[in-house]
Design a protein around this ligand. Structure first.
Ligand SMILES: Nc1ncnc2c1ncn2[C@@H]1O[C@H](COP(=O)(O)OP(=O)(O)OP(=O)(O)O)[C@@H](O)[C@H]1O
Ligand SMILES: [Mg+2]
Length: 251
């Protein structure tokens, strides 16, 4: 594993070095805190290259906190994060974006006073310029092409979500972090968004935070269920104990 920093993953990771060869993102004993309140506690998860991995958990389980720490908006309180073989735990979020992480925040985080096109162009920052991404995004989300000159704030919730995903794709991510992309969206658009996520399968690694089962179970290669910031259930969708799963996700 020449050139791959294993510290502070340490000996345990060295033992897993072979397994790490196909790994896109991994956390080891990652803890995240707000002040003195630890809400993600020694979490170890991974997504292998090309996989769709789903992090499930009910409200407040720690999904958003985890994704924010992965992209570097929140600092790690303990543990480590490795992206495509490199440790990024202390790297600022723009460096992680340049290293190939794309992030679609919960609630979309679009710029409502900028045009659709300007929002998409903001997504070019990690790669510097457009080498065809804009047309690819317009191909995935034709409505964004139709609305390119409009102010983003006038788009519907579903259109804004498409814009947020499109913006992340402008940076040509190798890992796409999606935080509840279908939350608060009309059912017919949910399907459209799910189809697009499905069509990205294999082109990049996808880490998806979800509260609901259907899409996750149908699309994920691997699921982690979070309860109060720790993984209580993990495995392929077909291997998960449905009783435990219902229990973990019930409100
Ligand atoms: N800025 C903050 N300051 C303090 N505590 C926070 C903050 N943001 C979140 N928390 C707490 O951290 C825990 C995890 O929240 P988080 O938003 O990560 O959950 P989530 O799984 O994304 O939930 P949801 O499904 O509602 O989006 C919750 O107990 C929440 O109250
Ligand atoms: Mg959340």
């Amino acid at each position: 594993m020449i050139g791959v920093s294993l510290l502070p993953f340490g000996r345990e990771a060295a033992r897993h070095a072979e397994a790490a060869a196909g790994e896109m993102i991994a956390t080891r004993d990652l803890s995240i805190a707000y002040g003195r309140s630890v809400v993600v506690d020694r979490l170890s998860i991974e997504a292998r290259t090309g996989e769709v991995v789903c992090v499930m958990g009910r409200n407040g389980a720690g999904k958003t906190t985890l994704l924010k720490a992965l992209i570097g908006v929140l600092p790690a309180y303990g543990g480590a994060i490795r992206l495509d073989g490199r440790e990024v735990t202390k790297k600022p979020s723009h460096a992680r974006a340049r290293a190939g992480m794309g992030y679609v925040p919960q609630g979309r985080g679009i710029f409502p006073y900028l045009s659709v096109l300007e929002n998409l162009q903001m997504g070019l920052e990690p790669v510097g310029r457009d080498t065809g991404q804009l047309e690819e995004v317009f191909g995935l989300f034709p409505v964004l092409k139709q609305m390119a000159g409009r102010t983003a704030g006038v788009l519907s919730g579903g259109q804004q979500q498409q814009l947020a995903i499109g913006r992340a794709l402008m940076g040509r991510p190798k890992l796409l972090l999606l935080d509840e992309p279908t939350e608060g969206i009309q059912p017919n658009i949910v399907e459209e968004i799910e189809n697009v996520i499905g069509s990205l399968r294999g082109k990049m690694t996808i880490l998806l935070a979800e509260q609901f089962l259907g899409f996750a179970l149908a699309n994920a290669d691997h699921c982690y269920v979070l309860e109060r910031g720790t993984v209580t259930l993990a495995g392929k969708p077909s291997e998960l104990d449905t009783g435990r799963l219902q229990e973990a996700l019930a409100v």
